[in-house]
Design a protein around this ligand. Structure first.
Ligand code: SAH
Length: 268
């Protein structure tokens, strides 16, 4: 939203920051489907399933701006410039992101950039991977018998050298909530050791789920001390959600769901 409507002239075009959910196209919201059908241009991130784009207008221009879209990684400044230009040309632009645009999705940065440029911008929420992906294994992240809450945290410090907050793992080890870690696969070994050093019991149930809610979902269920080894033995990589906490002990409760997917199970 433009916070200064009287200062900046409002451009005719509009940006929608659209959350496409974790992968399964049935997990799109009705609003996302409707808005996808309004857009002239869609700027689409990597993690967005192709089936989601079936809701675009046939004449919509689709631009892949993620790492696999041609460049290794489209610079954020370039994406924001493209958003501004399209909106100023009077186009309705869908900036389509995996999960929810405001959960580790840079949606906040883009919203601020559009506000600075006087471009109208609206968020269309999506189902974040941190909730939907554990659920696909039958893990309820806030199950009240076992957790007093959930913490969403990134395992990946900012790569651009800019100051950003890095997680305080020893504090998280003591916080008593389920830990749901995004982008944690590369540093899983370091994270799990830091949590154990911080006092979280080594036998705390833990799992990693790659490509959650997609046809190629794979998961490993282990403990805090064995997860990193189990993940590399199973060859799991990104994109994956890591869940640490007693709630992971419920992973079996809905294992019927997981039978749909290849699942490597390890414990110890
Ligand atoms: N905005 C997104 C998160 C973007 S950050 C959301 O709300 O879900 C990208 C990270 O999200 C990935 O590295 C991975 O940790 C996680 N992720 C996204 N989709 C996923 C999926 N289908 N399965 C497992 N992890 C996923």
């Amino acid at each position: 939203m433009n916070k200064h409507p009287d200062i900046f002239p409002r451009a005719a075009g509009k940006i929608y920051l659209i959350g496409a959910g974790p992968g399964d196209p049935e997990l799109l919201t009705l609003k996302a489907v409707r808005v996808l059908g309004l857009c002239d241009v869609l700027l689409v991130d990597d993690l967005v399933d192709r089936a989601v784009l079936a809701h675009a207008r046939p004449v919509a221009r689709i631009v892949r701006v993620g790492k696999r879209g041609g460049c290794r990684s489209t610079p954020q400044a370039f994406i924001e410039r493209l958003m501004r230009r399209c909106a100023r040309a009077g186009l309705t632009v869908g900036r389509v992101k995996g999960g929810d645009p405001f959960v580790f999705g840079r949606g906040g940065e883009e919203m601020q950039a559009m506000a600075r440029a006087g471009v109208s911008c609206e968020v269309v929420n999506g189902l974040s991977a941190g909730i939907a992906v554990p659920a696909s294994l039958g893990v309820p992240v806030t199950h009240r018998d076992l957790a007093c809450g959930v913490t969403f945290v990134t395992g990946h410090a900012r790569a651009d050298g800019q100051p950003g907050r890095e997680a305080d793992w020893p504090a998280l080890a003591r916080c008593g909530t389920t830990l749901v870690i995004y982008m944690g696969m590369r540093t899983l070994d370091v994270i799990t050791r830091a949590l154990i050093d911080g006092g979280l019991p080594a036998d705390t149930p833990a799992c990693a789920i790659q490509n959650g809610t997609r046809g190629n979902q794979r998961s490993v269920v282990a403990t805090l001390s064995t997860l990193a080894t189990a993940v590399s033995a199973a060859g799991l990589g990104s994109p994956a959600i890591v869940v640490i906490g007693e709630v992971v002990s419920l992973a079996d409760a809905a294992s019927g769901l997981d039978l749909l997917h290849e699942s490597a199970r390890m414990s110890g």
